[in-house]
Design a protein around this ligand. Structure first.
Ligand code: ZN
Length: 96
């Protein structure tokens, strides 16, 4: 038997930049359910991820920290190339 997760145990907990707002079960297949976490990132965005990813430290933000790490690369040189800009191919839905 899998250990039942007490949602109250996780509510308000912080994992990296994410604060757990809610734990819910997502029906993946007929007899398979996964624990998901609705979190709020420190940047203010809401982010949904699987609970194991969160507790194992695989997910630490809504993705904004990755973008920040990428932005930190601007101006760095690798061999003869200097990074001038970093961008995401995904269209920005809410520019900040
Ligand atoms: Zn964020």
């Amino acid at each position: 038997m899998a250990k039942l997760i007490d949602p109250k145990e996780y509510r308000g907990k912080k994992f990296g930049q994410l604060v757990v707002k809610e734990i819910y079960l997502k029906q993946e297949t007929k007899d398979k359910r996964r624990s998901r976490a609705r979190c709020e990132c420190s940047c203010g965005k809401e982010h949904h991820t699987s609970l194991p990813n969160l507790t194992k430290g695989k997910v630490k933000s809504c993705g904004c920290s990755k973008r920040k790490a990428a932005l930190d690369q601007i101006g760095r040189s690798y061999n003869l190339l200097t990074i001038k800009d970093v961008y995401s191919k995904r269209p920005a839905s809410n520019p900040q």
